[in-house]
Design a protein around this ligand. Structure first.
Ligand code: FMN
Length: 158
């Protein structure tokens, strides 16, 4: 399921957005920063402060995760079946390891959201499709402007 391109995108992404849905079809989308691909079709996300996502997954295993490089403006949408791995489960220690390495001592991982990815779709900014001459460098330049990156650097004296 995962291609080298998808793995690279996941590893480079600062954030992913996890969409879940309750039994009554009430949607919930929230950002996650601590996540890792495992093998050819598993995505693990650390539950640090995600009670609604976890509650929804317990009611409805269907989830969707979007990842976008906000500068290049390309990414992937991953859909799959999720389950919660708790600290009392035997597999917890081994599965929590790469996530705990990402957080260090900073955050306690309450449980793990494990997603078996069943479908993947590229996400591409419309400019790439509507204006075929669009280059990634153009999109990056546009995004740097849109996010006012220079202003932020100056304002925060970075
Ligand atoms: C930049 C950013 C990164 C976050 N990363 C994570 C994360 O990796 N794991 C987590 O459980 N919550 C993370 N959160 C917090 C949840 O998104 C937040 O608590 C949310 O309101 C609750 O999620 P829920 O609706 O899934 O319960 C992050 C929030 C932000 C703003």
């Amino acid at each position: 399921m995962f291609t080298p391109e998808i793995i690279t995108c996941i590893n480079k992404s600062v954030l992913c957005w996890l969409a879940t849905s309750s039994r009554e079809n009430i949607p919930n989308v929230s950002p996650k920063e601590i996540f890792v691909p495992v093998g050819k079709d598993l995505l693990l996300i650390a539950n640090i402060a995600s009670p609604q996502s976890v509650a929804n997954i317990e009611e409805n295993e269907n989830v969707c995760v979007s990842l976008v490089d906000i500068f290049v403006q390309k990414g992937f949408q991953l859909k799959g079946k999720a389950r919660i791995i708790r600290s009392s489960d035997t597999e917890y220690t081994i599965k929590a390891k790469p996530l705990q390495e990402m957080t260090g001592e900073k955050f306690r991982i309450i449980s793990i959201i494990e997603i078996l990815i069943t479908s993947v779709k590229p996400i591409v900014a419309p400019s790439y499709m509507l204006f075929p001459e669009t280059r990634e460098a153009d999109q990056i330049a546009g995004a740097l402007k849109a996010y006012k990156v220079n202003d932020l650097i100056q304002a925060h004296k970075i």
